[in-house]
Design a protein. Structure first.
Length: 150
């Protein structure tokens, strides 16, 4: 399993960061690799929410099938990946500077199928490519949040 971890410090309190992260359907606004999100169940928030995320990384397109497994506003959101790529992921929001700022930590433990390189794909594609993409995603989220007017 390939572990990928990225983080960023955002000059907004965790509640403000959560207000942008909580609507899963808007992750496409700050995640460059997320093309479209479709809910597959009756719920759109909280543990048990299921959705598909069409993902594009270079020439590779796939549908990521996810279930929300952890939901602790405004602290964390965890998912299980059950699509072509499987594994788990979690966003953790840590208050810093007495809660005036937030450290956003994104960790994924993913298994790649053989046709995406298996273990080698996890190392080359996951740790090298996906880590850079997700770091840029967090930079986009930071910009989005820090440019909001209160």
């Amino acid at each position: 399993m390939g572990r990928i971890r990225v983080s960023v410090e955002i000059a907004r309190p965790p509640s403000d960061v959560w207000s942008v992260v909580e609507p899963v359907e808007h992750h496409v606004d700050w995640m460059a690799d997320a093309v479209e999100i479709r809910f597959t169940g009756a719920t759109t928030r909280g543990v048990g929410t299921t959705f598909e995320c069409d993902t594009k990384v270079g020439p590779i397109r796939l549908t990521d099938v996810m279930t929300v497994t952890e939901w602790e506003p405004p602290r964390s959101m965890g998912v299980r990946h059950d699509g072509v790529v499987s594994g788990t992921g979690i966003f953790v929001l840590e208050p810093i500077d007495l809660g005036r700022r937030t450290r956003f930590i994104w960790t994924e433990d993913l298994d790649f199928p053989w046709f995406l390189g298996g273990r080698l794909g996890e190392i080359a594609g996951g740790r090298a490519v996906m880590k850079r993409i997700w770091a840029r995603n967090l930079a986009r989220l930071k910009t989005l949040l820090e440019n909001q007017t209160s």
